[in-house]
Design a protein around this ligand. Structure first.
Ligand code: S5P
Length: 258
């Protein structure tokens, strides 16, 4: 099978953010996303600055910060520019179109103003995507659909995943890919981001299940590995990030050779 590079795949998508991400991966030589699951703004910003050079995507759960102010999102945007990474708010929208529109652009976090990328469940049907697109498309944002999850005994079935792919195809100007455990379609335009990645642990005590970067990229053919505690709980997060970055990049380079 001929494998396309990230750069070659940039030509296959219409969404500008998707093109930008594919190019960024090859230019920066990293397919590591940091899941920056910390609860203080100071920590989040320090971590983003320190690890920024190693990552392509900074994934946030902005609502776990105990001290969020709009200044945080302004700082995050500055750091994203400085280090060239994408801001992905892992909001997992899951309501009707009318409601998610307000959750996306309004409230305390005004996610649409700063996050390049968001994600959503398809459980409510295509209206959720249409609602988010009304806000995100004019701002040249992108959406990832949750097609599979990493947690044990989740309710995602192959049928649900297939339906999610169909919905993505209906909105391919706004949907740029999937949160999944690996590749789910032969179409090269979709970007896959995979959480549940760690080098040492196999699971946590609350159902999280891990695979290695090598397995995620070489066996499951994902594009971007999402790592949280594997980096955050290491003695030295920067050293750990470099280790994950190297493992992820090596697996991608090997894929291209085969
Ligand atoms: O299926 C999923 C989807 C997501 S977005 N499983 C996940 O774990 N996530 C997120 O990835 C989760 O919300 C968390 O922020 C991160 C995994 O963190 P880790 O510490 O287990 O690496």
């Amino acid at each position: 099978m001929i494998r396309l590079s990230y750069t070659q795949r940039a030509d296959t998508c219409s969404n500008r953010l998707a093109k930008k991400i594919f190019h960024l991966l090859d230019e920066k030589k990293t397919n590591l996303a940091l899941s920056a699951d910390v609860t203080s703004a100071e920590k989040l910003l320090a971590l983003s600055d320190q690890l920024g050079p190693e990552i392509c995507v900074l994934k946030t759960h902005i609502d776990i910060l105990h001290d969020y102010t709009p200044a945080v999102s302004i700082e995050l945007q500055a750091l994203a520019k400085k280090h060239q990474f994408i801001l992905f708010e892992d909001r997992k929208f899951a309501d009707i179109g009318h409601t998610v529109k307000q959750q996306y652009q309004g409230g305390m976090y005004q996610i649409a103003n700063w996050a390049h990328l968001i994600n959503a469940h398809t459980l409510p049907g295509p209206g959720i995507i249409a609602g988010l697109a009304e806000i995100g498309l004019p701002k040249e944002r992108g959406l990832l659909l949750l097609a599979e999850m990493s947690s044990a005994e989740n309710l995602f079935t192959p049928e649900y995943t297939a339906k999610t792919l169909e919905m993505a195809e209906l909105f391919s100007d706004f949907v740029i890919g999937f949160i999944s455990q690996g590749k789910i379609s032969a179409d090269p335009r979709w970007i896959y981001m995979t959480p549940g990645v760690q080098l040492s642990a196999e699971k946590d005590t609350l159902g999280q299940q891990y695979m290695t970067p090598h397995k995620a990229i070489q066996e499951h053919h994902t594009d971007i590995i999402i790592v949280g505690r594997g980096i955050l709980q290491a003695d030295n997060p920067l050293v750990a990030a470099k280790k994950y970055r190297e493992a992820g990049w090596r697996a991608y380079a090997e894929n291209l050779k085969n």
